[in-house]
Ligand binder design. Structure first.
Ligand code: GDP
Length: 137
C-alpha cells in the first residue's frame, strides 16, 4: 500500500473541477485518506517546489500556485504514485495521453490542473509538508 500527495491546483479549483478530479480518483479505486482546501502562502509554495528552485520558470510557477486556493489530498492505494501519474497525464497537456486529467482540462505546461508526487521519497516529503499524522485517515 502506497500514499501520494495530490494537489488540485488553483486553475482546477477556479474552473470548478474539484468534483470531476475527485471522481476520477475514486473511480480509479484510490482511497482519499486526507483532504483540505487551502490558500498557499508564497513560502509554503516555494518550500513545496524547492527542487525546482534553479529552474527558469520557478518564479512564475510560485506566482501561479498562490493565485487562489488549492485542494490538497493524500491518496492511498496499490502503486498509487505511478498510477496517479498515469491518470494525470504528461506535464505538457499537448503531450498528455487522451482521457487523462491534463489532456481533458489543462491549459498549458504550467496551468495543468493537478500535481502528483513522482516517487516514494517525494511523496513522503510532500505529505509531511501539508499534513500531520492525525489528519490522515
Ligand atoms: P510534473 O511532475 O508533471 O508536475 O512536472 P514537473 O515536476 O516537471 O514541474 C512541476 C510543475 O512546474 C508543473 O506541473 C508545471 O505546473 C510547472 N512547469 C513545468 N514545466 C514548466 C515550464 O516549462 N514553464 C512553466 N511556466 N511552468 C512549468
Amino acid at each position: 500500500m502506497q500514499r501520494t500527495l495530490s494537489i488540485i491546483k488553483p486553475d482546477g479549483v477556479a474552473k470548478g473541477l474539484i468534483g470531476e478530479v475527485i471522481k476520477v480518483f475514486e473511480s480509479a479505486g484510490f482511497k482519499i485518506a486526507a483532504m483540505k482546501m487551502k490558500q498557499l502562502s508564497r513560502s509554503e509554495a516555494e518550500g513545496f517546489y524547492y527542487v525546482h528552485m534553479e529552474r527558469p520558470f520557478f518564479g512564475e510557477l510560485i506566482d501561479f500556485m498562490v493565485t487562489g486556493p488549492v485542494v490538497l489530498m493524500v491518496l492511498e492505494g496499490e502503486d498509487v504514485i505511478s498510477r496517479n501519474r498515469e491518470i494525470m497525464g504528461a506535464t505538457d497537456p499537448a503531450e498528455a495521453r487522451e482521457g487523462t486529467i491534463r489532456a481533458r482540462w489543462a491549459e498549458s505546461k504550467q496551468n495543468n490542473i493537478v500535481h502528483g508526487s513522482d516517487s516514494e521519497e517525494s511523496a513522503a516529503f510532500e505529505i509531511a509538508h501539508f499534513f500531520s499524522g492525525i489528519e490522515i485517515f
